[in-house]
Write a protein that binds this ligand. Structure first.
Ligand SMILES: Nc1nc2c(ncn2[C@@H]2O[C@H](COP(=O)(O)OP(=O)(O)OP(=O)(O)O)[C@@H](O)[C@H]2O)c(=O)[nH]1
Ligand SMILES: [Mg+2]
Length: 452
């Protein structure tokens, strides 16, 4: 072989092994979920259990006694804020624990997991490291991602008719009736007020998302925001320009942090809240999730692609806050989640990517108890209600295994209540099991193969 070729192949092999090491030591995990779906609590509790190496019996590395713990790394890429793990964990570990506020900015949690490789799989001995990068952000921003593939006119064309229909119509009436042909800021004001009202009602398809996030840094003034109008409207040229600016300034950089170069994805869905709110909300959440997932790249990638532009190679759907219902309902909750994300999951499976669905609670705040009522034995949940701070036993209703049909909604009565968090520090084995529901199974499904 000519000399230069030998050295080239040597170089390639060198790069390959350096890259391989890098690839095997780093994973970017996307935690994807609409606002209030439970992302911040999930990330905090995950880091807590990993840091302490406790409460994760279904993580194989823990079961095999190969897991050595995790630490939070403070050296982050420039310009990215650190996930306020210590503040969130302190709030959940205090004497009177409380849930975190809605997130207002993007932040990164970088965890270094230490483990012993499985014997027989490698000749290497000694400890190995895996770095996990997890980004947290306000759920409202996520719903801007579908805008990236759309022009202003295309967006307005699908958005306006949607706002004319329930459940949006009533809350958007002032905007739809506004007689404003010249004042771009005034019309935006009506539009944003409508979006805010829809958000109170927990609707999800609210674009642009940054019109809603209450942070001094991210709330945008009315003179840069836009509202949907028909193409021949006098304000259309102004809004068209603002729309393009918005995508370039805010949505494209967000995509870089949240969507690009993701290796594994955990999608959090508040299925019970959607069920609580009725068919229109259920459909709104379903459509929003399907839209968002379309922006991610799924597939097995060859070596160079993994190095240069990884694709999502594992996808886990989680129905969060499963502690709002009795353990007997978890199997149905998982089936209902599968029904809800069916379209998205099917597309991903076509790419040969395994998907998994789980009913989980990052911080289990109730127990399942049986009570007698009307000669029936009911499975209920017992916990401290978030609003009254009183302990109550509640029968939240039964979770249907598939999306209820129109006629069934009226017959169903759901009463899923918000519970105050139990103390994270106390939730070790013995008190209420491991303090979470299937958090370790999510972790095993997402990254277990890299802890071998
Ligand atoms: N019972 C119970 N409630 C939970 C759990 N996780 C989250 N919640 C509830 O869901 C709310 C929202 O959780 P967050 O983690 O703040 O949601 P988020 O997705 O980060 O929300 P944004 O930052 O607004 O996008 C919390 O305030 C709790 O009321 C859980 O494991 N169990
Ligand atoms: Mg959050």
């Amino acid at each position: 072989m000519p000399k230069e070729l030998t050295s080239w192949s040597g170089l390639e092999a060198g790069l390959r092994s350096a890259g391989e090491a890098l690839l095997n030591r780093r994973l970017k995990v996307a935690v994807t979920g609409l606002s209030r779906s439970g992302k911040t609590v999930f990330i905090t509790c995950l880091a807590h259990h990993l840091e302490h190496g406790t409460g994760l019996p279904f993580l194989n590395a823990v079961a095999d006694r190969r897991f050595r713990g995790a630490r939070i790394l403070n050296e982050l890429p420039e310009g990215v804020d650190a996930f306020p793990y210590h503040a969130h964990a302190a709030a959940l570990r205090g004497d009177r624990p409380y849930w975190p506020d809605p997130s207002t900015d993007l932040s990164l949690l970088r965890l270094e997991l230490r483990f012993q490789p499985r014997r027989g799989l490698t000749t290497m001995t000694g400890e190995r490291h895996l770095m996990l990068d997890i980004v947290d952000y306000p759920g409202e921003w996520l719903i801007d991602l579908p805008l990236l593939g759309q022009s202003y006119d295309a967006w307005a064309e699908v958005t306006l008719p949607r706002l004319e229909r329930p459940p949006y119509r009533g809350r958007m009436r002032a905007f739809l009736d506004a007689d404003t042909e010249r004042d771009a800021a005034a019309l935006v004001k009506f539009y944003v007020a409508g979006l805010e009202s829809c958000r109170e009602d927990r609707l999800s398809l609210l674009q642009p998302g940054r019109a809603l996030t209450p942070s001094s840094f991210s709330v945008l003034p009315e003179d840069v925001l836009f509202a949907p109008v028909p193409p021949d409207h006098p304000l259309a040229p102004t809004y068209r320009r603002r729309y393009d600016d918005y995508l370039e300034r805010w949505v494209a950089p967000f995509k870089t942090h949240v969507v690009d170069a993701v290796d594994r994805q955990i999608v959090l869905v508040d299925v019970l809240e959607s069920l609580n709110r009725g068919p229109a909300h259920f459909e709104d959440a379903r459509a929003s999730i399907a839209m968002i997932l379309q922006g991610f790249n799924y597939g097995r990638s060859g070596y160079w692609q993994r190095l240069l532009a990884p694709k999502v190679e594992r996808l886990i759907f989680c129905a969060t806050k499963a502690d709002h219902v009795a353990a007997t309902q978890h199997a149905n909750l998982k089936l209902l989640l599968q029904d809800m994300v069916d379209d998205a999951a099917r597309r991903v499976r076509l790419e040969g990517i395994p998907t998994e669905s789980l009913a989980i609670a990052a911080l289990r705040s109730t127990d399942t108890v049986k009570t007698h009522y009307d000669n029936q034995l009911l499975s209920c949940v017992r916990g401290v209600l978030d609003d009254t701070r009183r302990e109550r036993i509640i029968f939240p209703g039964e979770v249907p295994p598939t999306m209820p049909r129109e006629a069934d909604w009226d017959a169903q009565h759901f009463d899923f209540r918000r519970f105050a968090p139990r103390r994270l520090a106390e939730s070790g084995p013995g008190r209420n099991g491991s303090g979470h529901i299937r958090l370790d199974q999510v972790l095993e499904a997402a990254v277990g193969d890299r802890l071998m």
